[in-house]
Structures are given as structure tokens and as C-alpha cells.
Write a protein that binds this ligand. Structure first.
Ligand code: AGP
Length: 640
């Protein structure tokens, strides 16, 4: 999962700084290496290297490249090691074509050893074949459109790519990877676009653009324009320089010109300020934003059809990956409580471990809406006649556009690779969905309830965040351990899973969520007094409290080091250290509980989740890791 950006500017202004600015916003998609290529006169200049945008720019002075058309890329290595040669852009033998690619070309070796055997390859990557294919097909067809049609027939796999040709033309296409065109119009910069007639078919399919972006994510150009064209699978575009601007043409896989709708991107996204502000990292900023994002998620609009589809379904299958899978387990827990026949499944397992039919409803949960495992499962379920509902954070994502109904968690862009505010906002929306199902039979307006619940929980979060210094000292105590076991029971075990995931991906610690009751059936053997491991007990004052205290005592009896996260002092002495959570009763005083779904089932999971996020963050910082861009992973996993 790499990121792609291309920009063709008007009136010849240089593009490199704009390309770099966009790449730094897309870096969450991959940060192994970075590169840009710009057209200067009719030569394509490429500069690239290993590292993140800031480091590579400092070392290779990318921003000094001069040219008004360019492409850029940040890489998450799949094929070929992390090296300068494997960094994108890749060029053709004659250097007249440069390509940036996201995805995996499955048949790249066949192409290399077959029709491209006379080409000299500089990298180990699958992506480089696209540059050589275009070079070969252009010399055969002499026309870029025909070359693209043949290329798309020959390429197998998942891809989004943009190629820069030395005559100033940009071409690109997508298959199962996102690719979006941003058309710019701003009166004060004299930037505009309009439909132009195509002499060939006398129809107004083409667009004149004074300048134009192409990217993997609207985030890359949202500050310049909120007008986007989402390419569908198999479609390709050609952007040709013409007088005072560019002609944008879009074609289907067969090369027939098509007209595409221009989508207005939601103002929320365009008004969102994407910078760390006073925070050291996006991750910390996003953890603190939960003071507002959960209340906002509780006010999300949920389409009535979304609720009735869940109620009427023979079975609901909730799917997700990573943190979104943990949210799926939370959904299973709550939906079962309101009488829904529900199951949860890891997205990448759907094809292998669950039988689906047309009476089932698939509820897909995803922050990015671009996770390949999940989109693959959605397309599989669709092929079985399943209705698709989804809960997303990116309303313009492939998942939202391929769903029958979707609900947004409205958490705003999440840049930190680790899901934090998106996870708790997912819990809030799932809680609202379950409570609406519970209420479906008596049409009472509960908006006040969600408002007061939201503000009560926000107050509790404020209290927890104010205790960050305690978490920082706990982090100091355990930053040297090799293993952390997070124990909890019932719904709290789901938060233990999420906490363990944060400790893995942020602090690189082997962390495991253990259902507290299972300790004595084996895992207790891992406990000793060596201080090479620690146990975190999620022990709130709900119906699991007493049981978990007994499990804590079992650990203490073997000399284990226990951190208690709880809102109850009754057995405080059982823990080596306790983080005291705000009283759940503060929530209750402000609003009436909801029949079968008590406010506890939202407040407790959220109150336990945030200390775990802050602990993982603090350990990462103390271990000198970059919490925003953990090694080896990236934000949206667009390869299966
Ligand atoms: C969680 O912190 C990770 N970033 C990762 O597990 C993530 O939850 C997973 O890749 C799913 O992403 P999605 O919600 O965008 O589909």
C-alpha cells in the first residue's frame, strides 16, 4: 500500500513542493522510500531514495526540481527490498516514461521474461514493468490510448498507477486500488475547468482543466479543491497539455470515451486542519481528539433502512481487519443483546471459514474503507447476493461507494497509523445502532439521550487524559519488558484485544489479550517474578469485577507485576499500580439508561481503551520509536 500523487500545474509554476506537501499527507500509506519525477522541457528528471518525505527531500533536494508537471510516490515495500533502486518512480529504458504504482502486478515475472525480455530492468519491483510495457506498446501503437487499452488487457493484479510521458501527457488507471482525479477551480487563482467538445464524437465528455491532481486519496489535494472524479475499476484517463491548461479524457477498459460525475467532497473534510498543532505526534493529537469525536459519532445520522436491514436479516455477519475486527467483535456482542442473529469474522477469513447466502447481511467496518481484505470479502459476499452495510470514516472510500447503505463515524482524517479515535468512534456508532434496534418498536426520539451521553463520556475522557503523567510513569516502569498480557472478561476482553494490538504496533512489544478466566488453563505458566513481563488487568466495577480480582490474585501469587485499570478501589492493594478511571455514575446522573443496552456498555470500553492507547504511545516514545509511522506497517492495507 503505497501512495501516488500527480500534479499538472497551470501557467508553468513548479510542482515539486506541492507534490512533496501532498506526499507528506499520504505518508501514512507507506514510508519505506519516496520519490518524484518532473518534466523539465522534454526531459523527465527523477529523484528518489530510502526514508520518509522529510529525510529524502533533505538528502536528495527533491523540492529543487523544476517543472510544471510531475508525479510522486511513497512506498510500502511488497516486491523487492527497501532500496534507492526499488523506490518509485521507475522509468522506461529510454527514460521518456516514468511510472508510480500502488498494488501488486501478479504476472510481472511473465511479462519481464516474455514480451519485455529485451528491456533492461533497474529494480526488483513488479511496478517497473508498467513503464517498459508502455514504452513497448507506444512504439507498437503510436497512440497512447491504444497502448493503454492493450496494457490493461495484459496487466494482472491490483493496481493504481500514473505514468508521465516526456511530451507532457499523464496517463493512469486503477483496478482494485483507489485512484482519484482532483479538478481545480478557484476564481482568485484564476483556476477553472469546464466540459469541452470532442471533435471525434461531438460530445462534451472531455474536461478542460487549468490544473489537475491525481492521487490515491482526496487528502492529498483537499486543500486545493473539493471537486473529485473517482475512477472505477478498469477505467483510465489521459491528461494532455493544451493551450492554457490540460484536456482530461476518461475511457472505459475498451477505450470508449466516457463522461464521469464530478463529486463534491464533504466540507467537513475540506475544512479539517491536517497538522499536529501543539502535539508531538498525530497519534497523541488523535487520542486527545476523542474528547470530541465520540460525542460527534454518537450524533451520526443513521439511515432508517440501515437499521431495518439489520433487524430483518436472517443473519448479520460483521467483518473487519485489525482494530476494525475488534470493533466487529463489539458489534457482535451488542447486536446479540438486542436480539439480532449475528456472527463476526476476520475479513481475510470470510472466503475460507464462513458460508454466506443471499439472506445474510454483511456489516463491514473500516476506518479507511480501502482495506483490500475487506473489499475482497465484500465483493465475495455481493457475489452471493448479500446486502452490504458498512460503517466507515472515509465517506468517499471504495467501501462506502460499494455498499448498499453506509454510516459514517465522522472522526475526521486519522493520520497516525494506529487506529485510536476511529476505534472509539466505531464503538459509539455501533452502540447507537444497537440501541436504535432496541428501540425500533417504540418510536421515541432519543437524540437528547445521545447528546447527553456524548457530553458525559467526553468529561470522563478529559479526566483520563489529565492523568497522562501517571500513565507516563507506568510506561517508564514497564518500557523494558518483553511481554505484556492484557486480561479482561466479557466485553472488556474485546478492549484487551485492542490494547494488545496498540502495544504491538506502537511499542513493538509482544502483547497478548487473555480472557481472564483462561489464565489458569495455561497462560499462567508464562507468569514469574522476573519483571520481564507485565499484566494489565481491565477490571471495571461491572459484573466481571470479582472474577477478575481473583485472576489478578492468581497472577500475584506467582510474583507477576500487575497494573490495574479500574474505577473501583475495593481491592486496590491487589495491583502493583492502579490507574483510577472516572466514576461511571457521573455518566448516569446526566441521562437515562437505554433499556437493554446500558450506557456502561459504551462508557466502560471507551474509558479502558484510552489509557491503553496512551500507555502504548508513551512506551513507544520512551523507546524512541515514531508512533505515527510504526515500522513495517501502514494505515490502509490496500493489498491482500
Ligand atoms: C490498527 O491500529 C491498524 N492500523 C490496523 O490494524 C487497522 O485497524 C486495519 O488495517 C484495518 O484498517 P481499516 O479500519 O482502515 O479497514
Amino acid at each position: 500500500m503505497c501512495s501516488i500523487i500527480a500534479y499538472a500545474s497551470c501557467n508553468g509554476s513548479d510542482v515539486s513542493s506541492i507534490l512533496l506537501d501532498s506526499l507528506s499527507l499520504l505518508e501514512y500509506r507507506g514510508y519505506d522510500s519516496v520519490g518524484i519525477a518532473v518534466l523539465n522541457d522534454s526531459s523527465i528528471i527523477v529523484r528518489k531514495g530510502v526514508g520518509n518525505v522529510k529525510d529524502v527531500n533533505r538528502k536528495h533536494r527533491l523540492e529543487e526540481l523544476v517543472g510544471s508537471i510531475g508525479i510522486g510516490h511513497t512506498r510500502w515495500a511488497t516486491h523487492g527490498s527497501i532500496s534507492d533502486l526499488n523506490a518509485h518512480p521507475h522509468t522506461s529504458c529510454d527514460g521518456r516514461i516514468a511510472v508510480v504504482h500502488n498494488g501488486i502486478i501478479d504476472n510481472y515475472l511473465e511479462l519481464r521474461e516474455g514480451m519485455l525480455k529485451d528491456h533492461s530492468f533497474k529494480s526488483e519491483t513488479d511496478s517497473e514493468v508498467i513503464a517498459h510495457m508502455l514504452e513497448q506498446l507506444l512504439s507498437r501503437h503510436k497512440d497512447i490510448k491504444d497502448a493503454m487499452v492493450t496494457l490493461l488487457r495484459l496487466l494482472h493484479g491490483s493496481y493504481a498507477f500514473v505514468a508521465l510521458l516526456n511530451d507532457g501527457t499523464l496517463v493512469g488507471s486503477r483496478y482494485n486500488e483507489p485512484l482519484i482525479v482532483g479538478v481545480v477551480s478557484s476564481a482568485n487563482n484564476n483556476l477553472y475547468y469546464y466540459a469541452i467538445k470532442d471533435e471525434e464524437d461531438n460530445r462534451y465528455n472531455d474536461l478542460f482543466c487549468s490544473s489537475c491532481f491525481i492521487s490515491s486519496d482526496v487528502l492529498a489535494f483537499i486543500k486545493y479543491t473539493d471537486k473529485a472524479i473517482f475512477l472505477s475499476n478498469g477505467e483510465f484517463f489521459i491528461l494532455r497539455p493544451i493551450k492554457d491548461g490540460y484536456r482530461l479524457s476518461i475511457y472505459d477498459t475498451e477505450g470508449n470515451k466516457i463522461s464521469k460525475q464530478i463529486t463534491q467532497i464533504a466540507w467537513e473534510l475540506s475544512s479539517y486542519v491536517i497538522d499536529k498543532g501543539k502535539y508531538a505526534h498525530y497519534t497523541l493529537k488523535e487520542i486527545h481528539e476523542q474528547e470530541y469525536t465520540i460525542a460527534r459519532a454518537l450524533c451520526s445520522k443513521i439511515n432508517h433502512e440501515f437499521i431495518t436491514r439489520l433487524i430483518d436479516a436472517k443473519r448479520v455477519i460483521v467483518i473487519g481487519s485489525g482494530s476494525s475486527y475488534n470493533a466487529s467483535l463489539y458489534a457482535k456482542h451488542l447486536l446479540a443483546r438486542v436480539g439480532v442473529n449475528v456472527d463476526a469474522c476476520i475479513a481475510s477469513e470470510v472466503r475460507y471459514s464462513i458460508s454466506i447466502d443471499s439472506n445474510d447481511v454483511l456489516l463491514a467496518i473500516s476506518q479507511s474503507g480501502e482495506t483490500a481484505d475487506l473489499l475482497d470479502a465484500v465483493r465475495y459476499a455481493k457475489s452471493k447476493g448479500c446486502k452490504i452495510l458498512s460503517i466507515v470514516n472515509v465517506n468517499t472510500s471504495s467501501l462506502a461507494r460499494e455498499s448498499d447503505y453506509f454510516t459514517s463515524i465522522n472522526a475526521g482524517p486519522e493520520i497516525g497509523v494506529a487506529a485510536t479515535k476511529s476505534f472509539t468512534a466505531q464503538l459509539a456508532v455501533i452502540y447507537k445502532v444497537a440501541s436504535l434496534i432496541a428501540r425500533e418498536n417504540n418510536n421515541y426520539d432519543y437524540s437528547i439521550y445521545y447528546d447527553s451521553l456524548g457530553s458525559a463520556i467526553s468529561k470522563g475522557i478529559k479526566d483520563i487524559i489529565a492523568k497522562e503523567n501517571i500513565l507516563s510513569s507506568i510506561a517508564d516502569t514497564i518500557k523494558g519488558v518483553n511481554d505484556i498480557y492484557v486480561i479482561g472478561k466479557g466485553i472488556n476482553h474485546i478492549i484487551a484485544l485492542e490494547g494488545a494490538l496498540k502495544l504491538k504496533e506502537l511499542a513493538y512489544i509482544h502483547a497478548e489479550a487473555i480472557n481472564a478466566g483462561e489464565l489458569k488453563h495455561g497462560p499462567l505458566a508464562l507468569i514469574d517474578n522476573s519483571r520481564n513481563s507485565a499484566v494489565i488487568a481491565l477490571n471495571v466495577k461491572d459484573h466481571t469485577y470479582k472474577d477478575v480480582i481473583n485472576n489478578v490474585k492468581e497472577v500475584k501469587a506467582r510474583g507477576g507485576y500487575v497494573i490495574g485499570i479500574s474505577d473501583c478501589y475495593e481491592y486496590k492493594e491487589c495491583y502493583d499500580v492502579m490507574l483510577n478511571l472516572p466514576s461511571i455514575y457521573d455518566v448516569n446522573t446526566n441521562c437515562n439508561s437505554v433499556d437493554t443496552i446500558s450506557y456502561e456498555s459504551l462508557a466502560y470500553p471507551i474509558y479502558q481503551c484510552i489509557p491503553l492507547q496512551l500507555l502504548a504511545y508513551n512506551i513507544a516514545v520512551k523507546r524512541d520509536y515514531n508512533p505515527d509511522y510504526p515500522r513495517n506497517i501502514a494505515k490502509s492495507v490496500t493489498v491482500t
